[in-house]
Design a protein around this ligand. Structure first.
Ligand code: ADE
Length: 353
């Protein structure tokens, strides 16, 4: 399977990963290529395998699919696997890269029958671009406006049958007509620690890194339940092991390494800790609105909502309420601080005097 990436200009496919960063290259080396190599997301994988088999049996293209969930959980990887399992190619672009309808039209008309188009951050598509997608997804045709002024007319152009894969961290931001055109909607979840441990072990083997089982287990609790973070931590631990120790990743390497990176025993990194400290120390535990949190942290609202908060909610450190974000008792005790309020028996809050 070949993977082609689309840059900012229309039709500008750059073959392979020539423009990718070092981190992306590293990620690509570790990406599983088949369902059998992919660890975790068991329910999603089970369904996708059936859909692939069914499409192949009927000699059809796979229905359009959308993956949603926090970053780093495997949306791109699963899309690559789908294209591979369908013996096809994946072309990659993103919502913000498609500036004009013509950018998307150029890509769609260059697709070959059965190919996959991956649009990352599909919730960030501009409306005129998104509208091109509607007929492309439904009828495999696009309506082009030819000419200008009173003599302008629309011309319908057939395009090859293809599979659109959308990836988003914000499923609720997709417009109804776009959402309805996806045959498969798959939510990716945070991973369990044993799955992260398995991913770490697999990655270490591929990269020829020696890691003790107990060290991999320890590390698995500190990766925010996210493969991308697990693999990044593995790379950092390799650095510590090679420079400050004997080369092998041991419990000691992990303990000292995590401390150097300011990652605590629950896997909270600097941003998570900063978020909780702000919420507790500046705002008495909340409720606080998103924009206030963003200003207090000097962080973008999107990053807070899409990257930091999902994990803190998942781990039970914060809750989102209609009045804003509040911390839980778990957060107070994790920070070693005393909560000014306790939950009363009716679930309401009681101020401790
Ligand atoms: N590397 C990153 N994500 C992975 C996964 N889900 N399974 C195996 N290796 C991975």
């Amino acid at each position: 399977m070949a993977i082609e990436e689309h840059g900012a200009s229309a039709g500008n496919f750059t073959t392979g990963q020539t423009t990718s960063t070092e981190t992306e290259q590293f990620e690509n080396t570790l990406r599983p290529k088949t369902f059998d190599d992919y660890i975790g997301q068991a329910d999603v994988k089970r369904n996708l395998k059936v859909f692939v088999q069914a499409a192949k049996k009927r000699e059809e293209t796979l229905e359009h699919t959308v993956f949603y969930g926090p970053p780093g959980l495997g949306k791109t990887t699963l899309s690559m696997i789908l294209a591979h399992e369908m013996n096809s190619q994946l072309r990659i672009t993103s919502g913000p890269a498609l500036e004009k309808p013509g950018d998307l039209a150029a890509i769609l008309t260059n697709l070959k029958e059965g190919e996959f188009l991956f649009i990352d951050e599909i919730h960030r598509l501009r409306m005129p671009v998104e509208e091109i997608l509607y007929s492309a997804m439904e009828d495999f045709a696009i309506d082009l406006v030819v000419g200008k002024g009173p003599s302008a007319r629309t011309m319908r152009l057939d395009i090859p049958k293809f599979t659109l894969i959308g990836a988003t961290t914000r499923f609720s931001m997709l417009a109804g007509p776009l959402r309805d055109r996806f045959g498969h909607v798959e939510k990716l979840r945070f991973y369990e620690a044993p799955e992260i441990q398995e991913i770490l072990t697999r990655s270490a083997k591929i990269l020829d890194i020696e890691i003790e089982t107990s060290a991999a287990e320890k590390l698995s609790y500190c990766a925010r339940r996210t493969p991308r973070i697990a693999n990044r931590l593995l790379r950092r631990m390799r650095d510590f092991a090679e420079i400050q120790h004997e080369g092998v990743i041991t419990d000691t390497v992990v303990e000292q390494g995590l401390k150097s990176l300011s990652i605590d025993e629950k896997g909270l990194d600097y941003s998570d800790q900063d978020y909780l400290k702000n919420l507790c120390e500046k705002f008495g535990g909340g409720p606080v609105g998103l924009s206030t949190m963003a200003a207090a942290m000097g962080e973008e609202e999107n990053t807070i909502e899409e990257v930091i908060e999902p994990f803190l909610i998942m781990e039970g450190f914060i809750q989102k309420t209609p009045r804003g974000r509040i911390v839980t008792d778990l957060a107070w005790s994790h920070l070693g601080l005393k909560s000014p309020v306790t939950q009363n028996q009716n679930g309401g809050q009681t101020i401790m005097l």
